[in-house]
Design a protein around this ligand. Structure first.
Ligand code: NCD
Length: 353
């Protein structure tokens, strides 16, 4: 395979590389002008998104019959993937696991790094490189910011690189969640994500899903965003700068009821208190940022209510019965979108129809 750009020039060390801008890093994580490692939402442009959405739609319909499902599960039956999830996860883990199985990929998993040689003093980087010897892809969730990216960077310098797909990296990014969220918007609005007003609610400072989704919105025309959060957990400045640079209008407010009336999509999130260093979440009144049953009367008839899940109290359970609550469908969309992405990375996406 022909490594795109970066591999041919002198390689920067990790510290230098890590400080580079995302757009400069992207070629390093591509091969033959195709995405190879999936680490940042900024790697997903509109053309690729729409290709993946169409692929996901085709996967769903083809696998409805046994013949179709057997065909799809033969496409990557020669491949093995490792799921390295060093952070709590059930839905994202299961979503990737089942997406891999749809394509016939065999899977192995590490979910508790305390059972690995890391306890003997091995660096996590060496541990991951060891595991990579046995597989053709690594799907990784890690609490440390930059760790997934560093793994991909390291693997690309070895004689046997394997693609790294992020299943969530620290507080920074969750690109496949943004992929499935946008796929959910695409399906909810008959393929039309342009011209939408999207309201993101909750702990926007530490939620990686809202960060990645904000990045993806640059692919759509005339989208506007509203960020609704307690003042302690406002969206970070790097995302707001990104939106300004890409002329994506946004507002920040604590008035949830006011802004929800014009929303086409309301994206709810929970408080991310696992990132507390000194009890920052204690004493924050989160209740103004709950979606309650009575709100169903004031939102548009076409508005969709989304949530990456898990939920705590931020969406009242009775809301689930309303057809505008799409978060359970959103999870299922995730499995298909991730299968489409894996098929694309392994280059079998053209064989699905
Ligand atoms: C999210 C995550 O892990 O960032 N969950 C998920 O992947 N579906 C959101 C969250 O944990 O709040």
């Amino acid at each position: 395979m022909q490594r795109t750009q970066a591999m041919t020039s002198v390689q920067p060390d990790w510290e230098t590389f890590h400080k580079m801008g995302t757009s400069q890093k992207i070629p390093y994580f591509s091969k033959d002008n195709r995405l190879y490692d999936c680490l940042f939402a900024q790697q997903l442009n509109r053309e690729l998104l729409e290709h993946l959405f169409r692929t996901a739609d085709t996967l769903r319909s083809v696998t409805r019959t046994k013949d179709g499902a057997d065909h799809v599960s033969s496409l990557l039956s020669d491949k093995r993937a490792m799921l390295y999830f060093a952070q709590p996860s059930t839905r994202t883990f299961m979503s990737f696991l089942n997406a891999a199985h749809v394509l016939g990929i065999k899977t192995s998993e590490i979910r508790d790094t305390s059972t690995s040689s890391e306890v003997k003093g091995e660096t996590p980087e060496d541990t991951v490189r060891t595991f990579s010897s046995y597989v053709d892809m690594i799907i990784m969730r890690h609490p440390a910011p930059g760790f997934v990216e560093k793994t991909a960077w390291l693997m690309n310098r070895t004689g046997r690189p394997v693609p790294i797909v992020s299943g969530g990296s620290g507080k920074d990014q969750h690109p496949t969640q943004a992929l499935l969220d946008t796929y959910t918007l695409y399906r909810s609005f008959n393929g039309e994500v342009d011209n939408k007003h999207i309201v993101m609610v909750g702990d926007l400072k530490r939620g990686r899903t809202v960060r990645s989704l904000s990045y993806l919105m640059k692919n759509y025309r005339n989208v506007s965003l509203s960020f609704v959060s307690p003042k302690e957990f406002r969206m970070e400045a790097d995302i707001l700068d990104f939106l300004r640079r890409h002329n994506i209008p946004f507002t920040e407010t604590e008035d949830f009821a006011g802004v929800m009336k014009t929303a086409d999509a309301i994206y709810m999130t929970r408080i991310q208190d696992e990132h507390d260093k000194s009890g920052e979440s204690k004493g924050v009144d989160y209740s103004p940022f709950y979606f309650r049953k009575e709100h169903l009367d004031i939102i548009k008839k076409t508005c969709v209510i989304m949530h990456p899940l898990p939920r705590r109290h931020e969406i009242e359970v009775t809301v689930d019965e309303d057809p505008r609550a799409v978060f359970w469908r959103q999870e299922r969309n995730g499995m298909w979108a991730r299968a489409a992405l894996m098929a694309y990375i392994f280059g079998v996406d053209g064989k699905i129809a």
